[in-house]
Structure formats: structure tokens, C-alpha cells
Design a binder for this molecule. Structure first.
Ligand code: C2E
Ligand code: CA
Ligand code: CA
Length: 722
């Protein structure tokens, strides 16, 4: 009995016209655990095998009708009949027929009558041999299939006769019909790409001479000119005397595999936009260069260039334009690097390695500078190369950049540390004004840590509403009456107390937090004005400082107007202060934005006037209402004699342009007297009041209200009198 998961017993077919002999054979085969079927004639055997091919056939030669020869021949023609073992039973006198039986396909013979033991042993042996053959055949076919999938072929090269046997699969790879496969080393080499031929021949020569293996990739040109990449492996076989006798090997088409590998390598090591090495490859190159330079007196520098506000530019112009801009930046950097820097004596002809570290950071490694100071010249040159505006899709884009420098050895003994320190130097440079560079110093790590913690605190400050507004009165210089307030932001830090905007606004601008902050200021001012209104005070003008970043936001006018209206405020009660330098950057778009703000009802002021380089031509075209003289000029009054030609000129100009001129930072009566004499319209300063919280302004507002009430009463009396 067989259980369902055991293979079925082998099936034997006994073909004999003599029923006694069939019964005897059956008996002894069944003892061998075979299933047995019988056929009494050749035709019956064929009919049976056509339906189910047995695992072995025991065939009598002499039978009436179709004899054993014909039956054997026909059995071999049947499906699956080719490999079935056929054991011929023949009488002793019939021994001559045996040769003929083999010719028609017999596997073996046995003389009858045959002792049961011999028959069963022979059958068992034949079954085992047949099983092994079947296993071999299926493994061969699996191998062939695997080779086809792997595009792998085999070859054998007889070194003595210089004959090469190439398998069908190998012929396919070589691009030749198997029938046409020629067979010598020369003909193989003829198919190898010209440029690789000498290399392949040499590898084969060495392997034969040393009795070793060879293993290489080379290009192959097929008959139709198609180029493929193949991987060839060969192993030398020696004869008994130690002479190389033949070489066996494989050839595999690896074209697609190598292309994929190349793609993966590229993605892992290069930036897909600029095709420059990425951070990981750059670090690898730096490490290599540092190992090579170790011990020698090579002077080098690692520079990291950071583009300012790249993400903002990308948001403004879209990623396609931003990518183009980055490509243009790379072109300039490359040009600068390959042209070499004037005055810098490089001691090597090598172009420095350039890499893209992140969206807005590039790094380069100089390994052969003549003097350490040369790295500063490099920084200057790079900076001025990036300083010229870029033109992307017809739009002019001005970029500013910062550079951090670290010196191999002094600022880091390994690539990681060196790069990290150069980035730290870059961050330090970004805090020191536009287009500047800084060398790394160990102190930077400490100040950087402080800055990072400020940055983090600032983010939570926005979320946790830790800002407050103070208001500084603006006073009419002749009547000394309050005409409005400037809103100035302060940060109520949970541990550090009140922090000045001078400390956190630059950080907020860099980290793109300024917009949220600016919107908070506008909303709060509008709310405050509404509260004053509810409290019965007359509309009170408030000036708000608008950051350049906010000013350059798309649709800024509509946006701010909506914020003000949301709080029930009125743009007409708000003056927006923009510094001179913000207005003068990209003056032509400035005009359009100013007009929109103006049309939305806001008043506009130019702040910190005198610190930038205003073009008078533009100043005339800007729809401004107010000009604020920078505090620095007023401060100068205190230091020298109480006169300032600059202040006089500014006031004169402001009046000529019909602007309301406001002086800032007025601390003494003498300053005030001078300003009044020059015709300045209003002032702000500690002399009158420091910036204070809104709740400390009540008395000023009340005074104004009673004054207004008495003025109205006066007007009423006058009207009555007239
Ligand atoms: P600013 O717009 O020039 O503001 C005037 C600054 O001068 C204020 O400094 C004010 O407190 C100070 N000040 C006023 N009168 C005197 C005086 O008589 N003597 C002296 N020594 N200083 C006086 P503050 O509040 O520290 O603000 C500094 C700067 O921070 C402001 O300069 C402005 O540029 C910026 N800022 C303040 N608040 C905001 C804001 O809400 N948004 C934006 N974007 N910037 C703001
Ligand atoms: Ca201001
Ligand atoms: Ca100012």
C-alpha cells in the first residue's frame, strides 16, 4: 500500500504471448514492489503504452502477429517512448537477434527462461539507471533554462588545436547563428570591441601562461553592429604533464545589468539636477585627498557656498525656473574653478572637486593652493561670480551667497569633521550680512549652539504666542501732539525675559518665520485699533514695520488688506514702514507692489532713510507718504555740534518730494530744536516716550480725546459766533 504522499510504485508492462511466462514474471516483479500490467501481443502493448507509458517494458521477441522488433520500434515512436527502458526476453537459440534488437531501440536483453532472481535484479538495475538518466535530463534542461534566463553561455577552447567550442547559448550572446559559429581564438577576438581587444587577448595569454583564471567585462560587437557588454570567465585546465591543455569558461550578457548598476551608482553618488557629486561622494573624495596629502605640505581649503533664500525663490518662481537657476549657478562655479582664480597660484593642474551638498549648498575642495591666504581670494572670486544677476526665462534674479571655509588639518583631521566645520563657518557667515565669508573657528560651535537654541525657541514662541507689541508715539514737532504710534515687537521669552527684535528678527528672517510673525503683528495692531475705537477714541494711526521678505510675497497687498479687514480694521489707519534697502532691491517690481498697497488704502513710509543708496529717480516714482530719518543721523547730532548738513539735506529733499518727514531717536531738546528749525514735521524718541505696552497709552489717547473735544467745541463756538 502506498500513502497519498508517497510516489506511486513503478509500473512494469510484461509483453508475452505465453500466459505462463507472463504469470511467472508478474510474480517475481510484484515481489520487487512493482505494479505489473500484461499484454499478450505487440499491438496490445502499443495500445496500452499509448495511453499510459510504463516505467519499464519487458518484451518477448517471438510473438505471433507483430513480433518484438516491430513492437520495440513502434514503442520508441510513442510520446515519452524514447527514454523508457525496454528489456528484451529472448531464447538462447535466438542470440543472433540481439544485435538487431539493440538497433530497433532495446535497452538490454535477458535469456529465457530466466530465473526469477535474475529478472528482478535486472529490472531493478534498469529502473535505477533510468531514474538517474531522467534526473540528469531534467537537470540539464533546467540548467539550459537558467542559462537562457541569465543570458549565460559556455565555451571550451582547445589550446593545442586552437579550436573553440561555443554552446548554442553562447552563440546567441555573440550574435551568431549556432550553425555559423566559427571556432578559434582569433574569431572570438574579432568580435570583441576594438578598444577592448588587446586587454582581452592579454588576459587570456596571462591565464594560459600562468595556468590561472581570467575574469573580465568587455564590449562585443554583434554582426548587425549592436554593442553589448559581456562578462567572461575562463579557467585553464592542465594536462598530466602540467601543460595548459584547454580553457573552459562562460560568457554572460551583462549589458542591462551594467546599465542598471550604473544608474544605481549615479543615483547614490550624484545630484540628479546638476550631475555633480553629492555629499557622500564628495566626502569620499575629500577623504581620499586628505590621505594622499597627509604628511606632505600641501595647502588646501574646503569651501561651502550657501545660496540665501533659495527655497523662497523656488516658491516664488516655481521649481522649473529654480532648477534652471541652480544649473546656471553651477555653470558659474565650474567656470570659476576651471579658469583658476587670478592671483592664486595653484601648484597642481587639477580642477577642484565641486559637489552639491543640498538644495542650496555647494562644496568644493582645493588641494593645491600656494598660500593659505589664497583661499580668501577664491572666496572673493566665487562671490563676485555669483553677484552678477542671473537671467532665468527673461527674469533677472539676484542671488546673494555666503561662504564658509575650513582648512584641512587645522580645522579637521577627517573629511566629516572638516565638512561639518566648513558648514558651521557658513552659518556664522550668514549672520554677518550679505555676501560674506568666514573661516571656521572653534568658538563658532558655541555661538552656533546658542543660535540653534534661539531658533528652536523662536518656533515655539510663535506657536505659544510669546510676542507682545509695544507702541512708541509719533509726535507733531510744532504742536507736540501725538499723531500716531509705531508698533514694535518684543519677545517675552519664558526664561530670558524681554528680548529685543534686533536679536531675533534676523534669525526669523533666515528661518522663514518672519512671515507668520509679521502677520501676527498686523492682526494684533488691527485688533488694538478696534479696541481703541470701541473705547471711544478717535481713529489712531499705527505704523508697522514690514520685513523685506514679507513685502516680496506674492499678492501681499490683498493679503494684508484681508488680515486688517478680518479684525474690523481699516488700512487707512495703518502706515507700512519699509527700509530704504528693501525698497531699492529690485526697484522696478517694488513700484508695482507699492502701488497695490497704496490702492488698498495703506499709507507708506521709507524707514531708516539715509542708510541705503537711494536712487532719486526711483524715490520720485515710489508712491510714498512718509520719510523717516535714520536714528544714526540724529545720534550724530548729540556727538558733535548741534548741526548736521546731512539731516538738513534729507529734510530738504523729503519736503521737495512732498513727504511727511519724521525723525527717529530724538533724545534731547537740542536735537528737537534743530529738527524743528529745519522744518522736520514729526519725531519719535525717548525724549517723548519709549515704546510702551498699549495699556500705558491710555492717558495719551485720553488727552487727545479731550483735546479733540475742546477743539470741536471751539469750532462749534466759532461757527456760532460767525
Ligand atoms: P526701527 O524700525 O528703526 O525702530 C526704531 C527703533 O529705535 C526701535 O528699536 C525703538 O525702540 C528705537 N528707538 C526709538 N526711539 C529711540 C531713542 O530715542 N533712542 C534710542 N536709542 N532708540 C530709540 P527696537 O524696538 O529695538 O526695534 C529695532 C528694530 O527691529 C526696528 O527698527 C525694526 O527694524 C525692527 N522691528 C521692530 N518691530 C518689528 C516688527 O514688528 N516687524 C519687523 N519686520 N521689524 C520690526
Ligand atoms: Ca520702523
Ligand atoms: Ca527706523
Amino acid at each position: 500500500m502506498t500513502s497519498p504522499d508517497q510516489p506511486p510504485l513503478p509500473l512494469a508492462l510484461i509483453v508475452d504471448d505465453d500466459p505462463t511466462l507472463r504469470a511467472l514474471s508478474r510474480m517475481c516483479l510484484e515481489q520487487e514492489d512493482l505494479r505489473v500490467e500484461e499484454a499478450s501481443s505487440g499491438q496490445a502493448a502499443i495500445d496500452f503504452a499509448a495511453v499510459m507509458m510504463p516505467d519499464i517494458i519487458i518484451l518477448d521477441l517471438q510473438m505471433p502477429g507483430m513480433d518484438g522488433f516491430v513492437a520495440c520500434q513502434q514503442l520508441r515512436q510513442l510520446p515519452h517512448g524514447e527514454f523508457v527502458p525496454i528489456l528484451i526476453m529472448t531464447g538462447l537459440d535466438d542470440i543472433d537477434s540481439i544485435a538487431q534488437a539493440y538497433e530497433v531501440g532495446a535497452t538490454d536483453f535477458i535469456v529465457k527462461p530466466c530465473p526469477g532472481l535474475i529478472l528482478s535484479q535486472r529490472v531493478r538495475y534498469m529502473l535505477r539507471a533510468s531514474e538517474m538518466l531522467n534526473a540528469l535530463r531534467s537537470s540539464e534542461s533546467r540548467l539550459a533554462q537558467a542559462q537562457r534566463i541569465a543570458q549565460l553561455g559556455g565555451w571550451e577552447w582547445d589550446l593545442v588545436k586552437d579550436r573553440m567550442h561555443v554552446s548554442d547559448a553562447a552563440c546567441r550572446i555573440l550574435g551568431i547563428a549556432p550553425a555559423l559559429c566559427d571556432h578559434s581564438q582569433a574569431s572570438y577576438l574579432a568580435r570583441v570591441h576594438e578598444a577592448d581587444r588587446a586587454l582581452v587577448a592579454e588576459a587570456m595569454r596571462v591565464a594560459v601562461a600562468d595556468g590561472t583564471e581570467f575574469d573580465l567585462d568587455h564590449r562585443l560587437v554583434q554582426n548587425d553592429g549592436t554593442e553589448r557588454i559581456v562578462h567572461v570567465l575562463g579557467e585553464t585546465i592542465m594536462d598530466d604533464t602540467g601543460q595548459a591543455e584547454c580553457m573552459v569558461g562562460t560568457v554572460q550578457d551583462v549589458t542591462d545589468m551594467r546599465a542598471t548598476e550604473a544608474k544605481i551608482y549615479f543615483l547614490a553618488n550624484y545630484d540628479s539636477v546638476t550631475h555633480l557629486p553629492n555629499r557622500s561622494l564628495f566626502l569620499h573624495r575629500v577623504a581620499q585627498a586628505m590621505t594622499c596629502g597627509a604628511g606632505s605640505h600641501v595647502i588646501g581649503a574646503l569651501l561651502v557656498v550657501g545660496l540665501d533664500r533659495y527655497h523662497r525663490l523656488r516658491d516664488m518662481h516655481g521649481s522649473r525656473k529654480a532648477e534652471q537657476l541652480i544649473k546656471d549657478v553651477v555653470e558659474r562655479l565650474q567656470h570659476t574653478l576651471s579658469a583658476g582664480v587670478t592671483h592664486v597660484q595653484s601648484t597642481s593642474a587639477e580642477t577642484p572637486v565641486l559637489a552639491r551638498l543640498s538644495d542650496d549648498q555647494f562644496a568644493m575642495l582645493y588641494t593645491h593652493l600656494s598660500t593659505p591666504e589664497d583661499s580668501a581670494k577664491v572666496a572673493h572670486t566665487l562671490m563676485s561670480a555669483l553677484g552678477t544677476p542671473f537671467v532665468v526665462d527673461g527674469t533677472s534674479v539676484t542671488l546673494s551667497a555666503h561662504i564658509g571655509l575650513a582648512i584641512p588639518g587645522a580645522d579637521g583631521a577627517d573629511a566629516d569633521v572638516l565638512l561639518r566645520n566648513a558648514v558651521t563657518a557658513l552659518q556664522a557667515a550668514t549672520t554677518t550680512g550679505q555676501n560674506s565669508y568666514r573661516y571656521y573657528s572653534s568658538a563658532m560651535n558655541t555661538s552656533l549652539a546658542a543660535r540653534i537654541s534661539l531658533e528652536q525657541d523662536l518656533r515655539s514662541a510663535i506657536a505659544e504666542n510669546q510676542f507682545v507689541l509695544h507702541y512708541q508715539p509719533q509726535v507733531d514737532i510744532l504742536s507736540e501732539k501725538v499723531i500716531g504710534f509705531e508698533a514694535l515687537i518684543r519677545w517675552q521669552h519664558p526664561t530670558r525675559g524681554l528680548i529685543s527684535p534686533a536679536e531675533f528678527i534676523p534669525v526669523a528672517e533666515e528661518e522663514d518665520l518672519i512671515i507668520q510673525m509679521s502677520e501676527w503683528v498686523i492682526t494684533s495692531v488691527a485688533q488694538q485699533q478696534r479696541m481703541w475705537h470701541k473705547g471711544g477714541f478717535a481713529p489712531t494711526a499705527v505704523s508697522i514695520n514690514l520685513s523685506g521678505l514679507h513685502f516680496r510675497q506674492r499678492h501681499i497687498a490683498g493679503h494684508i488688506k484681508a488680515l486688517v479687514y478680518e479684525q474690523g480694521g481699516n488700512p487707512q489707519d495703518i502706515e507700512l514702514e519699509l527700509t530704504e534697502s528693501v525698497l531699492m532691491t529690485d526697484a522696478s517690481t517694488t513700484i508695482a507692489t507699492l502701488r497695490e498697497l497704496k490702492e488698498s488704502g495703506f499709507r507708506l513710509a521709507i524707514d531708516d532713510f539715509g542708510t541705503g543708496y537711494s536712487s532719486l529717480a526711483y524715490l520720485q516714482r515710489f508712491p510714498l507718504d512718509t520719510l523717516k530719518i535714520d536714528r544714526a543721523f540724529v545720534k550724530d547730532l548729540k556727538l558733535g555740534t548741534v548741526d548736521s548738513p546731512i539731516i538738513r539735506a534729507i529734510i530738504g529733499m523729503g519736503r521737495a518730494l512732498k513727504l511727511h518727514v519724521v525723525a527717529e531717536g530724538v533724545e534731547t531738546r537740542d536735537e528737537l530744536a534743530f529738527l524743528r528749525m529745519q522744518g522736520c514735521a514729526a519725531y519719535q524718541g525717548y525724549l517723548f516716550s519709549k515704546p510702551v505696552p498699549a495699556n500705558q497709552l491710555q492717558h495719551l489717547l485720553r488727552d487727545r480725546r479731550s483735546e479733540e473735544a475742546s477743539m470741536a467745541a471751539e469750532r462749534f463756538r466759532n461757527r456760532l459766533a460767525s
